[in-house]
Design a protein around this ligand. Structure first.
Ligand code: BDP
Length: 327
């Protein structure tokens, strides 16, 4: 608790310091919702280390894990927009509520695999999406992997029919909430930190996420059934406050971009290793994992939503197709 208060105090100081213009050393905070040691958390630590090196020691980035400064990701984005904290790493599910272009990732079953997703992210449209975050007061730095998301619940899940009537926690994103509805569930938007309590007291029946989050966020202690239906592949984004970016020197901006770029391979390696390990750990811990062999019933259930939404994302969807063809 003392450590927490100290960090909170430091976090507030950071914003005050930022207001003082160019300093020999600039202290910058980075908000991360995951605990220490989670693959994206390790990646942002690596980013911080590289940014320090490449800026010749003029940038000190402090990572605040566990959502301890910002709470949920929605608040993290708002704080970065204002420049209260310099960086955040959040899911595109959360960021889509601020930048509609990113909601293309909220279209279920859009990518056939992570490789397909990464060909898209690394193509010109992926870069354009990061650049376009400027219209939301953010500087998009890089993408990170977060695998595919699937449903888990306190009650047995064997197929689509079991989702009927379940109160399912979602990210705060209208498109994702509608998707859950079309799959038969009743969406309840909550921050990740509120999920264990809500599962325990039964105010929600389940949620949806990748295996690493199900494990690391502790939701598996209450939700013992995991249905691998892989409805969404939501990449994650590291971004910076435009307000803070505008105060950086050209050398510091180069250092930040280079550090972010180099942290991607680091994150993806750790993600792949942890994802496989997380599923095994969940099984060992007694979670009943059911692999869906045929996604077709799920696809059919969300077809109307996808058809309605498709016209909004014509350019993005062309890029998704182009990435699919490149085998
Ligand atoms: C996890 C993401 C995290 C999100 C969380 C969520 O890594 O950034 O906060 O999902 O569902 O997979 O909110």
């Amino acid at each position: 608790m003392i450590a927490f208060c100290l960090r909170l105090f430091c976090g507030l100081l950071l914003s005050a310091w930022l207001g003082r213009g160019a300093l020999a050393q600039t202290e910058l905070g980075l908000a991360e919702v995951h605990r220490r040691g989670y693959p994206t958390e390790l990646a942002v630590e690596e980013f911080a280390r590289l940014a320090h090196t490449y800026s010749h020691g003029t940038l000190n980035v402090t990572v605040f894990p566990d959502g301890e400064i910002t709470g949920n990701e929605r608040t993290a984005v708002e704080m970065v927009q204002k420049g209260t904290i310099a960086f955040a790493r959040v899911s595109t599910g959360a960021l889509g509520a601020f930048n509609a272009r990113l909601n293309v990732f909220g279209l279920p079953y859009l990518f056939e695999s992570q490789r397909h997703l990464w060909r898209f992210l690394e193509g010109p449209y992926g870069r354009k999406m990061l650049d376009e975050l400027a219209s939301s007061g953010l500087v998009g730095l890089c993408w990170y992997d977060a695998g595919a998301r699937s449903f888990y619940a306190r009650k047995p899940l064997k197929g689509l029919a079991n989702l009927k009537g379940l109160r399912i926690r979602t990210q705060s994103n209208p498109l994702i909430m509608r998707m859950v509805q079309m799959l038969g569930g009743d969406p309840v938007p909550l921050g990740t930190g509120q999920v264990p309590g809500a599962l325990e007291n039964g105010s929600i029946d389940g949620a949806e996420n990748n295996a690493p989050s199900l494990l690391a966020l502790g939701h598996y202690r209450f939700a013992r059934y995991y249905l691998l239906n892989e409805h969404l592949r939501l990449p994650e984004v590291l971004f910076m406050s435009k307000v803070v970016w505008d105060r950086m020197s050209a050398e510091q901006r180069d250092a930040i971009r280079r550090a972010a770029q180099e942290s991607v391979a680091f994150q993806r390696e750790r993600w792949d290793a942890f994802e496989a390990e997380a599923l095994e750990t969940l099984v060992k811990a007694g979670v009943e994992v059911v692999r869906v062999e045929d996604f077709e019933p799920f696809r059919r259930a969300v077809k109307k939503l996808v058809d309605e939404e498709t016209p909004r994302y014509a350019e993005a969807l062309r890029a998704v197709e182009a990435a699919r063809r490149k085998r």
